[in-house]
Write a protein that binds this ligand. Structure first.
Ligand SMILES: [Mg+2]
Length: 404
């Protein structure tokens, strides 16, 4: 049976959130991202795009191109809240949905036509509800696969929708640039361009072997997507993998210094895994099992993050709040859940760019020399709780407006 897959994407999401909070930003070029000399544009409004500005462009250059643009630092806390509002609406109404990034969703509505008038109408109604309840502009594409629907959303934007009927996938894709295929990045795009390929139609007409010879396995995948073939399933959000780690002690302990340093190491290792997988977490859980086998867990929602110090702070704070029994501990563990993809944008305005560069350097060392190559001095961390961050001298406490 052919599937029916809906892809929803909030339009210029960060900008839309800022506009809800300050209507003076409406119809103006808005840039969100790092404000320092080495800052980068994380998101920009359509008005800014008419000046040739795009995300990932150096902020300095963007400001030169459009001196009248309003520049905003951005706040992951606010965006996370709006993202949750939209997620709740979709969750309540959808049979099976996947949250693929902070502002993007897939819903599998295969077979729905049997029960409601049509899946297209259902999708339009869902979009209207989101618009009415959140005032956030959102677009969607509806088709038989994730890829075609995602490309469809891109074509429908801004604030619109499209349906690609079964059998019409290839003619829909044909006139579009190969850049529109989700997995074609800059490098692949230039390679394909150097082969004289510009439109998806050219790939559709090519023998798969030819593109495979140039791009290897990637080439096969691109060729398939160009034909509108994509069987990737929608993975239910709650089933989406969380990452966790735990440790059982050989000898039960009440050594708080030791427990804290283990929790810090766990948080660091999980944060590294997140960044490596280009993911963010929005929920942190601490687990403690006492010597009498009583097990307790406590979890906390946080703004989407992949940074060590935010995760460490939360884990240690949960530990502080939970460990009041002063009883021997047998096991401790940390779990990160509510994972979504796309850490790049968020990290651009999360805390100082200096910290981000430090993490990147640390991660590169871990990539080269193994996960345990980089470790901070435990004393530094323990001292830093509620005090200052050892890397930038800034207070480690998350400001109230950025908490959820
Ligand atoms: Mg979006």
């Amino acid at each position: 049976m052919k599937r029916t897959i809906l892809h929803l994407d909030l339009d210029t999401f960060f900008v839309s959130c800022e506009r809800l909070l300050d209507s003076r930003l409406n119809h103006r070029p808005v840039l969100i991202g790092g404000t320092s000399d080495r800052g980068v544009v994380a998101a920009c409004s359509y008005e800014a795009r008419t000046y040739g500005i795009h995300s990932a462009m150096p902020m300095k250059l963007a400001r030169m191109l459009c001196p009248d643009a309003v520049v905003i630092r951005g706040s992951s806390g606010i965006y996370s809240k709006f993202s949750d509002m939209v997620t709740d609406i979709i969750k309540e109404r959808s049979p099976l949905f996947e949250k693929s990034s902070i502002d993007e969703f897939y819903v599998d509505i295969t077979g729905m036509d049997k029960f409601v008038r049509s899946s297209y109408m259902w999708s339009q109604e869902l979009r209207q509800i989101i618009l009415k309840e959140t005032h956030l502009p959102i677009s969607f594409g509806l088709s038989t696969s994730k890829t075609v629907s995602k490309v469809g959303t891109g074509e429908a934007k801004p604030n619109n929708h499209i349906r690609i009927a079964e059998g019409k996938e290839m003619p829909f894709l044909a006139p579009l640039s190969i850049k529109k295929i989700p997995m074609v990045g800059d490098k692949t795009y230039h390679k394909l361009r150097s082969m004289g390929i510009e439109k998806i139609k050219t790939v559709q007409d090519m023998p798969v072997e030819l593109i495979e010879r140039v791009l290897g396995k990637n080439g096969t995948a691109i060729w398939k997507k160009a034909q509108g073939i994509d069987n990737t399933p929608v993975i239910a959000w709650h089933e989406r993998k969380s990452i966790s780690t735990e440790r059982t002690f050989e000898k039960d302990t009440t050594d708080v210094i030791k427990l804290r340093s283990i929790l810090i190491a766990m948080a660091e290792s999980l944060a590294y895994q997140l960044r490596n997988g280009n993911k963010l977490t929005a929920c942190i859980t601490l687990k403690i099992r006492y010597s009498d086998f009583q097990t307790y867990t406590k979890q906390r929602r946080v703004p989407y993050t992949s940074l060590d110090h935010t995760i460490i702070e939360t884990v240690l704070d949960l530990f502080e709040k939970m460990y009041d029994r002063r009883v021997l501990i047998r096991l401790i563990g940390v779990r990160l859940s509510h994972l979504v993809g796309g850490s790049y944008q968020i990290r651009l305005f999360e805390d100082s760019e200096k910290i981000i560069r430090l993490y990147q350097a640390m991660d590169r060392m871990r990539d080269r020399y193994g996960q345990h190559a980089v470790k901070r001095a435990v004393g530094m961390e323990v001292k830093s709780i509620g005090g200052t961050n050892p890397f930038n001298g800034q207070p480690t406490v998350i400001p109230a407006h950025r908490r959820i």
